[in-house]
Design a protein around this ligand. Structure first.
Ligand SMILES: Nc1ncnc2c1ncn2[C@@H]1O[C@H](COP(=O)(O)OP(=O)(O)O)[C@@H](O)[C@H]1O
Ligand SMILES: [Mg+2]
Length: 254
């Protein structure tokens, strides 16, 4: 089994005459915690959508687990997406049904488990995000941090191999930011989930990720471990480093 799960080469995407992604090369390794940073509008969310088969690329190739998926049709992508969890900025919980129904949603839709198994999987997933026993609560009763964690429970209930997380901690207070970061790391460690986090939070990028990737000018401008980037003099990274050094005394990792 190759260490590389996603092999991305020469991805480009324009809307009208406006190029957003110009040439993206990227490897995503199995079970790594990879953080994408960059100014708003640099195409981070767009790149995630392309890697999920939700938006076709104009050029280049995408290999997933060794298979060229670039020209996949919708139904072929479905088999990939079963292995890939996605969490978007808004938690996306259904407010009219309780936590159990929210977490069980994907399991029911794909008819993956009988009812007993489903109850067990939901209980286990809620425990894994540190919210055991809240099945009968309604989303409206939950704090912002709890909602994010319930959304995460819904994603991991599907036992994904990969998790794309777009803006997991935006809008949370520092205590909850730290909690979600620890949780993502633990899930990666315990379940081996390849974790891709798009964020403006430098605590996450430099304090939790294994590797940080900076998007700028339609490409991956820079990538490296938090420690290797910490002393970088690359101009595009400086605004991010200033914030990182404000919120962290040292980067994660050796
Ligand atoms: N489907 C689309 N149609 C037109 N423009 C789009 C579409 N998707 C993204 N864009 C444009 O691409 C740019 C990058 O968007 P996005 O990926 O959301 O950036 P980021 O996540 O880095 O902030 C934005 O200017 C956005 O308007
Ligand atoms: Mg975005």
């Amino acid at each position: 089994m190759s260490e590389v799960l996603y092999e991305v080469r020469g991805i480009a995407k324009s809307f009208g005459d406006r190029p957003i992604l110009e040439h993206v090369d990227l490897d995503i390794r199995r079970a790594e915690f990879l953080c994408w940073i960059g100014e708003s509008g640099t195409g981070k969310s767009l790149l995630a959508k392309i890697l999920l088969g939700l938006v076709p690329t104009d050029r280049g190739t995408i290999r997933f687990d060794g298979e060229d998926v670039t020209r996949f049709r919708e139904r072929d992508w479905l088999t990939i997406r079963r292995r890939v969890g996605v969490l978007l900025q808004s938690s996306g919980l259904f407010d009219s049904v309780n936590v159990f129904e929210n977490v069980a949603y994907g399991l029911k839709e794909q008819q993956l488990l009988p009812l007993d198994g489903m109850k067990e999987r939901v209980a286990q997933s809620l425990a894994q995000v540190g919210l055991p026993g809240i099945e009968t609560m309604m989303p409206g009763e939950l704090s912002g941090g709890m909602r994010k964690r319930v959304a995460l429970a819904r994603a991991i209930a599907m036992r994904p191999e990969v998790l794309f997380y777009d803006g997991p901690t935006e809008g949370l207070d520092p205590v909850n930011v730290a909690r979600v970061n620890r949780l993502l790391l633990r899930l990666r460690d315990q379940l081996g989930i390849t974790t891709i986090v798009i964020t403006h939070q430098m605590e996450t990028a430099f304090g939790a990720a294994d590797r940080v990737l900076l998007m700028a000018d339609g490409r991956v401008a820079l990538e490296g471990t938090p420690r290797s980037l910490w002393g970088s003099s690359e101009p595009t990274l400086q605004p991010f480093l200033r914030i990182a050094r404000d919120v962290l005394s040292a980067p994660r990792g050796a």
